[in-house]
Design a binder for this molecule. Structure first.
Ligand SMILES: [Zn+2]
Length: 198
């Protein structure tokens, strides 16, 4: 799993680990002028390895196929749609029910099992390899939902950005991934208001 990021101490580490994993996955997409990085088996292998979800020492990367990468992109699109709904995006929201049905259906391919210890219980993927990597995304979603953080995973409302981010505002009202995006959108709104008033 991802290591704790500097500055992550404002929120519990496991929340950050789960949200980092999901956002890292969503942000492999071609948003904000970035290239698509999940365009084949190689791209998926690179992401799984970076996220610590694939044991390349055991040769697990040989199992990854182009079909897995296509499945990863479909799953990413569904997560992205759900995070867009969390941001209150109305544009294209009619696709939300099918995204929800999709994640509910494919979750059956990536079962989770409870891992119990004296300290507690967490859900972990029942499989290893690529399937376990996908399972880890569902485990992270379940972990965040249990901690009340699921709805804080959003997509930046700046149309030139659209990156996934974790909303750390006190009342979950954040709409932009960074101050650069919120400043740009405020400037754009100001310009369109002044145009109208001319
Ligand atoms: Zn942004």
């Amino acid at each position: 799993m991802a290591t704790q990021q500097p500055g992550a101490e404002q929120c519990p580490p496991s929340v950050c680990e789960s949200s980092d994993l999901l956002l890292g996955f969503v942000n492999t997409g071609p948003w904000g002028g970035n290239p698509e990085t999940m365009d084949g088996a190689e791209g998926l292998t690179a992401w799984l390895t970076r996220a610590g979800l694939l044991d390349t020492d055991a040769g697990a990367e040989a199992e990854v196929t182009g079909a897995d990468a296509a499945a990863a992109r479909e799953l990413r699109d569904a997560f992205t749609m759900i995070f867009r709904a969390h941001s209150g995006c109305e544009d294209g929201l009619e696709a939300l029910p099918s995204a929800e049905r999709y994640v509910q259906r494919v979750a059956q391919r990536y079962p989770l099992v409870p891992q119990l210890s004296a300290e507690g219980c967490r859900l972990v993927p029942a499989q290893d390899g690529v399937l376990g990597g996908f399972g880890a995304l569902f485990a992270a979603a379940a972990d965040l939902a249990a901690r009340g953080g699921w709805a804080r995973l959003k997509v930046c409302k700046d149309p030139s950005c659209h990156r996934g981010f974790f909303d750390k505002t006190r009342n979950s009202s954040g709409l932009y991934c960074s101050t650069a995006c919120s400043t740009r959108m405020a400037a754009r709104a100001y310009r369109s208001r002044s145009k109208k008033s001319v």
